[in-house]
Design a protein around this ligand. Structure first.
Ligand code: GLY
Length: 442
């Protein structure tokens, strides 16, 4: 066991600001490396290195310069580059899965085949194609609406669904062919109808510890319209469930994640770190849409402020295989992201915004910086998040909304994140699918 931990945090988004805050709150001496200086992390960190997170050797050189005891990897891209193994070889344990284990996120064909061969619950029909003719005839025979996905990381973009971004299976075939030409292969899956939710767990390779459920709002505009983004906000409820997720569905989704960790261990690629299951709650129960090998962004900002168990203790437990518990305060949370006007298609960049941090603090909200530099100049992606935390979702949403008034500039946000009305829409959507539902309080 390490005593006072000097921890290097890799990544500079809102998710990482929340991770850094939790580590410092729990007594860590924080160092950070990211491609821009996140103003929030810069205040928390004793040292800051500038590097692309995927430049693993440069990140390691900062870790060695700062003399850290451990690293905490925020985003997925450095995991794909094998940052965890590189650090371990240099004698620095790192929180995050190895390159092989991170394939659950970084290689969607691997993830589907893994689920299939291990009988993981929450599966759906899929095929990976390298040949356009085979793909076309499979989609024709399949007959039902499909989803077309690139195999590798796309930063949340690139997935197209019939009935949403694609008109019909003919458009799906054309798009799948384009991906075969570009990437050499493509994943085609059956479409699952329902309501999505996020289930994040900690794992030390064996033990699996759940965090409160959250729901992300991926569309850019209100009423779930517009292009898909990294997530414009998210909410969570005080009892850890969501209004439309029954205890039984929760247990089924948890079973999927536990079976995943167990099968990864049996296959000789133990999964250590944060595992994020993106589920679609269908009429028949939760179906796994995608794995992510890290905290969600924004969902990290829902759960980390509620964490009662020190994150430093959890981090140690993950790396040395002794994870014991993770307890959370029973409160509702609402995260609202402010993004530059035009995001995600043609975002405003290079202009300054104003943040009255004192006034934000007076509202009781937390504020996390993301794609914005120390002069508060917009860098082109989601810039600032505010988080309301309260006994009820209404109060939490009200806190987030009042905090937003104190951030000014060429920004927009979704007013409907965490509102009662938007939550009701999701409950109605489940009922329309024929789900008999007595909503949980939020
Ligand atoms: N909020 C979606 C993600 O983190 O991938």
């Amino acid at each position: 066991m390490v005593n006072l931990m000097r921890i290097l945090l890799v990544g500079g988004g809102g998710r990482e600001h929340a991770i850094g805050e939790a580590l410092v709150r729990d007594g860590a001496e924080l160092y950070a490396v990211s491609k821009h200086r996140n103003p929030g992390l810069a205040r928390l960190a004793k040292g800051y290195g500038l590097a692309r997170e995927t430049d693993v050797e440069k990140v390691l050189s900062y870790a060695e310069k700062f003399g850290v005891d451990m690293a905490f990897i925020g985003p997925e891209a450095p995991l794909e580059r094998g940052i965890v193994e590189v650090f371990e070889e240099a004698g620095i344990p790192a929180v995050g899965p190895t390159r092989e284990a991170a394939k659950l996120e970084t290689d969607k064909a691997f993830a589907r085949a893994f689920m299939e061969r291990n009988g993981i619950p929450g599966r759906k029909a899929f095929r990976v194609f390298t040949d356009a003719k085979e793909m076309r005839s499979w989609i024709d025979d399949f007959g039902k609406p499909v989803v077309v996905k690139p195999i590798g990381l796309t930063g949340g973009k690139g997935v197209r669904v019939v009935g949403h971004q694609l008109k019909d299976n003919n458009e799906a075939k054309a798009y799948a062919e384009e991906l075969i030409r570009r990437d050499g292969k493509v994943l085609v899956e059956e479409r699952t109808d329902g309501v999505e939710f996020t289930f994040q767990v900690f794992s030390d390779g064996k033990k699996v510890i759940p965090m409160p459920l959250a729901q992300d709002y991926p569309h850019a505009y209100e009423n779930d319209e517009g292009p898909i983004t990294g997530g414009m906000g998210s909410y969570s409820c005080s009892k850890g469930l969501l209004p439309f997720v029954t205890k039984e569905d929760y247990e089924k989704a948890f079973e999927t994640l536990k079976a995943t960790v167990e099968a990864m261990r049996k296959e000789g690629t133990p999964y250590k770190g944060i595992l994020y299951g993106q589920f679609m709650l269908s009429r028949e129960g939760p179906v796994l849409i995608e794995y992510n090998a890290r905290f969600g962004d924004p969902e990290a900002m829902n759960v980390l402020p509620l964490l009662r168990t020190p994150l430093t203790e959890i981090a140690e437990g993950i790396v040395d295989g002794s994870l014991r518990k993770a307890e959370f305060e029973g409160k509702a949370t609402v995260v609202k992201y402010l993004a530059p006007r035009g995001y995600p298609v043609n975002p405003v960049r290079g202009v300054k915004v104003e943040v009255d941090e004192r006034a934000v603090e007076e509202t009781g909200a937390r504020l996390y910086y993301a794609s914005i530099d120390e002069n508060l100049t917009l860098l082109g992606s989601r810039a600032i998040a505010v988080v309301g935390i309260a006994e009820s979702i209404e109060e939490a949403e009200g806190i987030a909304r009042s905090a937003i008034r104190h951030v000014k500039g060429e920004l927009f946000y979704r007013r409907d994140v965490g509102t009662r009305e938007s939550i009701e829409r999701r409950i109605r959507a489940m009922r329309e699918l024929g789900k008999d539902l007595e909503p949980n309080p939020c």
